[in-house]
Design a protein. Structure first.
Length: 610
């Protein structure tokens, strides 16, 4: 193994991939230049947030999904390469090895085979990948194994060793394509330190990406880079106030506050714009993490030079395509013009035969794994908006699972908090499979037990209602999703549902003053009152903008994911009854349940609640 690592490091240097540790030199190297110095166009292709979506398949619903998957993106990649065969580079910006049961199975259940993402991405000839925050979910051994199995460097310049500050990952790659040397700097959101379990990142720190870029971009120029690309698992910290699906909205002046709204980030979570505007010498930002299609943003660096930014959305739904026109100025290649666009994966795009063939066995194994029966129910547990807009048995079940897991660890919690993550996850009546259990908790979150006070709880509950628009009880939107806030849009997983307290909201009032009552065991909650709460690691670390939870004290963290606790609970509690788990402790005004779902939905005894 030591010999393999050494040969790999040597080969990376020989082909022009360097790091501080891998290619030592006091002086910038003298790179050979091509005899042909005619103008040319570089193509940069980018994927991001693939989350182990290779096949056009939804493992949580057990159905095909024609709008996702690296196998389909591969077809677009090969088509783009055919259009510019000698001058194309492919880059990924992280959150690659986690996200579906395929990632869970080959990360935790059977990590012996070569990782399927390493197989597929190596076949497609990626030049580099920036590490994402979810790459750390399965611990350092799984990430290291993936890095060794990939035939491209996994970059993370701001991932440092806590002990001495040295780099834990290769910071950048220098790759020559059609005579032009492209520097690719890899960065990851520093939010990893907030969200990840301590044992998975022990010995690591996550430095400020802006300051890290200021360190490495000049070095990349000194090392002979003609074009500098920042590949960052992080995006813009704001989103357009207009329709984010309109490409023109992303071209608005970022300084115009009327055109942009805060995303609700952790401080420094999405620093892509700050890097573009604050660091000289960057040509392109390839971004990720925010799960949005961004065809093109145009920003100005400190010298007023234009920098282009793009993002291809999640799950292999898009391929970003950046075109750079470069000319020779007598000393090096310079970017004279740039443009970017997104290619969409849809029904018209076929899956690539080679990627499909190489990963078919992985897919088949995962389907078999998730289709195993684990339990039964006496009636359905509805999901989606029907479970969010009422005190639902599904949310109560998840909170019972969390409280039960905390109790097994020795903590009798006062409260539990969860969310309905998707519109598709639900439990059917009768037999329940592992896929069904996973469908109601699609993320690899772990469980925390925390001590918080009444002030934290009250502020979190008020923050919670940013999910909703201010509503008119006599003129409700025609569809359930219309009740959600439009600017900024709040993800469904940032609307929390609690057990253990009695509380309610009046959504006709402005955000910040919607909580109508908050009681614990019949008495009004006071600011200084202490509670023990079961909560997932994402929310406990302030994820979703809930920074108040960081003021609490962590008492315990689980080694297992909440999703696994759900599956085990269902295995040990057969014939689960929605009526038996449903506890009525929450209300919304106006009633959003009856207008959209009727008053007779089975197993929803709290609906409607006035």
């Amino acid at each position: 193994m030591r010999r393999t690592v050494s040969l790999r490091a040597l080969s990376l240097c020989l082909v022009g991939v360097c790091s501080l540790a891998g290619c030592d030199s006091d002086d910038p190297p003298s790179w050979p230049r091509p005899q042909d110095t005619s103008p040319r166009t570089l193509t940069l292709l980018q994927t991001s947030d693939l989350h182990t979506n290779i096949f056009p398949w939804d493992y949580f619903s057990g159905k095909p999904d024609a709008k996702r998957g690296l196998a389909k993106v591969a077809t677009l990649i090969k088509k783009a390469r055919e259009a510019n065969p000698d001058c194309t580079l492919l880059v990924d910006t992280g959150d690659t090895i986690q996200g579906t049961p395929l990632g869970t199975y080959f990360g935790l259940v059977d990590n012996a085979p070569r990782h399927p993402m390493a197989v597929a991405m190596s076949e497609l000839g990626y030049a580099a990948m920036a590490v994402g925050n979810h790459e750390f979910n399965y611990g350092p051994d799984v990430l290291t194994k993936f890095r060794m199995e990939a035939n491209f460097p996994v970059l993370g310049a701001n991932v440092r060793k806590s002990a001495d500050g040295t780099g834990a990952l290769m910071p950048y790659a220098l790759v020559t394509v059609c005579g032009v040397k492209v520097g690719i700097l890899g960065l990851v959101t520093p939010g990893v330190a907030t969200w990840e379990r301590a044992e998975n990142i022990r010995g690591l720190r996550f430095d400020d990406p802006v300051e890290t870029a200021r360190t490495y971009v000049p070095e990349m120029w000194e090392m002979g880079a003609d074009v500098v690309v920042v590949a960052i698992h992080g995006g813009p910290d704001k989103q357009p106030t207009g329709s984010a699906s309109n490409p023109a909205s992303w071209l608005a002046d970022y300084a115009d506050g009327s055109k942009w709204a805060d995303r609700g980030n952790l401080p420094g979570e999405n620093p892509a714009v700050q890097i573009a505007q604050g660091v000289s010498g960057i040509d392109v930002l390839l971004t990720g993490h925010t799960h949005q299609p961004i065809p093109k943003m145009l920003l100005k660096n400190p010298e007023g030079r234009e920098v282009i930014l793009t993002q291809p959305n999640r799950w292999g739904s898009h391929l970003a395509d950046v075109q750079l026109d470069v000319t020779w100025n007598g000393k090096r290649w310079v970017v004279e013009a740039h443009d970017s666009k997104l290619h969409v994966v849809d029904e018209q795009v076929a899956a690539d035969d080679t990627v499909t063939r190489l990963t078919q066995q992985y897919h088949d194994t995962t389907v078999t794994y998730v289709n195993q029966k684990i339990g039964t129910t006496s009636a359905p547990f509805p999901g989606g908006f029907a479970a969010r807009y009422v005190d639902s048995p599904l949310a109560d079940l998840l909170n019972i699972v969390q409280a039960d897991a905390a109790r097994e660890a020795g903590f009798d919690v006062d409260l539990s908090v969860t969310a309905i993550f998707t519109n598709d996850g639900a439990l059917p009546a009768g037999d329940v499979t592992l896929r069904d259990a996973y469908s109601i908790y699609i993320y690899d979150n772990t469980l925390y037990v925390m001590e918080i006070n009444g002030s934290i709880l009250r502020r979190a509950l008020e923050m919670n209602t940013l999910y909703f628009a201010t509503l008119d009880a006599n003129n409700l939107p025609p569809k359930p999703e219309g009740a959600k806030a439009a600017s900024p849009v709040v993800a469904d997983y940032n609307w929390d549902l609690y057990s253990g307290i009695d509380y309610g909201y009046d959504l006709t009032k402005p955000a910040g003053s919607r909580l109508t009552h908050l009681r614990f065991k019949g008495a009004e909650v006071t600011d200084g009152q202490v509670f023990i709460v079961a909560i997932n690691n994402y929310r406990a670390g302030g994820g979703g903008g809930f920074s108040m939870f960081k003021e609490g004290r962590v008492l315990w963290t689980s080694a297992d994911g909440v999703r696994d606790y759900v599956a085990r609970y269902m295995q040990s509690h057969q014939n689960l009854s929605p009526d038996a788990v449903n506890t009525c402790n929450f209300s919304l005004a106006p009633d959003l349940y009856t207008p959209y779902f009727g008053a007779t939905l089975g197993a929803a005894k709290c609906a409607p609640r006035k």
